[in-house]
Write a protein that binds this ligand. Sequence first.
Ligand code: ADP
Length: 437
Amino acid sequence: MYYPRSWTKSLLRLCLYIALIVLLGIYVGDVVLVLLIAAVTLLIFNYLHLYKLTKWLWESRKMSPPSAPGVWEHVYEGIYYLQRRNRNKRKNLGELVKRFREGSEALPDAVVVVDKDAKIVWCNRHARIEMGLKWPDDSGRRIDNLIRHPNFIEYFHSGDYHYPIEIPAPTNPNKTFEYRIMAYGEDQLLLIIRDVSRVSQLEEMRKDFVANVSHELRTPLTVINGYLEVLSVEDEDKSPFVGKAMMEMETQTKRMQALIEDLLILSRIEASSERIYENTIDMTGMFAQVEMEAKALNKEKRHNISFKIDPDLVIFGVETEMRSACSNLVFNAIHYTPPGGTIKVLWKKRADSAYFAVIDDGDGIDDKHLRRLTERFYRVDKARSRKTGGSGLGLSIVKHVLNHHNSFLNIESKVGKGSEFSFILPPELVYEKNTHS
Ligand code: ADP
């Protein structure tokens, strides 16, 4: 604590000391000499205390300060007070760190703190067990030297940590770990690793189940449909009721067949591990076929459909998937645009990327539906979609295909004005003839 009064006291004492010295000088008859002796004595006195202070600060193990007279007492007290305050602060900070570590140890996930040079600063018990990290041996080692999976290395160095990634565990390839990175403190990264083996197993089971059920339903439906077609042709004397029932049965089996085909396509795309950089797609040929199919579909509606295709724009990708995505978008435009409407299909280069768009002046979609359109079986108007024969899986297929090709679907729409469904494929997928020939 700071005492201004004690300073005044010390100053008064000094004045008294000087006055006494001056008096003594007058008495002795040599004021200057006595003053000089007094000043030297005072200097020695202060140097002695400075020496004592230095010894206490650097060598003494005692916390309590040595006793000292006058102003030195306050200096010692001040230093002692500061030391005590720092000690308390350190203690509180230590408690905080201890509590944080205890909390992190209790977490069900593995936690690793990494500094800006990718070096491990700290990890919890789970990280040691699940990731095989050794503590303290691995402290200061680079995390990307310990987790060597290429997907992790790419994710770690990308700097984009909006989404977690899932990869096999380093210690057990049968387990799947989810890695999530968060920026933390100053230039530090918090790596949270969670065992999601069970979740991904369930997801795999779900995908397999849908694929198997769809596959199993395909054969009986083909048989039913075949008989229905034969019966409707052969039995000419059937009553009007039976005729109508058979027609309805035929329509519904065709719908179920279309639904199952879409489910199978979706399962195939979801499970697809086909590399997108391995083959190029003949987009011009593909669009020629889509155009033919679109025109066949368009016979009754008489839309004004135009295809503007850049024949030199070739891309890398999976052809069957791209055909599904593009044809779904074009057929949707035909289904949801009233007769006489205009539909434009564009395929062109935009900067270094490839741009695809289907623009129609049809029904349009209300804003509130846009976010959910790519969900499975999500339809804006259920009755309407049923009439068009849609399975409700079209845009979901498009989303998965684009995801596989490192892109996403962009939808802009206004009710009554029309819609634009588009996507941009990244420059890495654009095939440059000159560099590859
Ligand atoms: P569906 O098989 O029902 O067409 P999709 O997944 O292909 O399923 O489309 C989902 C919904 O999005 C459709 O039910 C429809 O309401 C809406 N939609 C898709 N394309 C368009 C479009 N070009 N114009 C207006 N609405 C559309």
